[in-house]
Design a protein. Sequence first.
Length: 236
Amino acid sequence: MSSYAGEGSKLGRIINTFEESFIALLLGLMTILTFVNVVLRYAFNSSLIWGQEVVLILFAWLVLFGIAYAFKITAHLGVDALTGMLPKKGQRVMALLAAAACLIYAILLMKGAWDYWAPFAGLPPTEGRWFPTGLNTGARNNSFYMTDQVPMLEWLRWLEPITLNKGFPEDQWEHWEKLPRLIPYAMLPLAVALMLFRLIQATLRIIAGKQESLIVSHEAEDEVAAVAATHDAEQK
């Protein structure tokens, strides 16, 4: 792909840098933790008891984040055998219909992601079956749920008064023994918000004629064919 929509704007550059840096960080942390645990297990007959859970959390973050990133670089797979037989105008119409369907799905997913995460953060989920019609302020506060093994990070204690102990007098405050689930689950609404952002960008690219569809392009096949042709020419 020659360029990504919004990469020239300040917001686009910030989000691009954040996505790529964050994905690299997740991969690096997963690799380091796994390597350290292997060394501890086989060399010292020990292990980081919370290591596996953290790696699983990081892997889930990577998958969720990668969905949005794949929209950015047009890497999602799709079958275009039928749409490829249509004229350019028909392909454009089908691409716009697909983009509209994906946008509706992403909006529904955004509501679901927020409604799932919000109780763990002591926030109200939305009301309404499909689309938000208000806030359910009477929903149960689930911020007391913690991870199984991941230790609590002391610099996150500031979250306790506004989540775990919200509405209680200070003499009744409780404290997390392990990392609260609101931290790992926060990736769900964040990733879906990025997915929605990237889908809007892709739709605008299709409308502007800068992109043909939401799925992976055939540029890779063209590049492979070009390399093969060059190799054959060199052999001759």
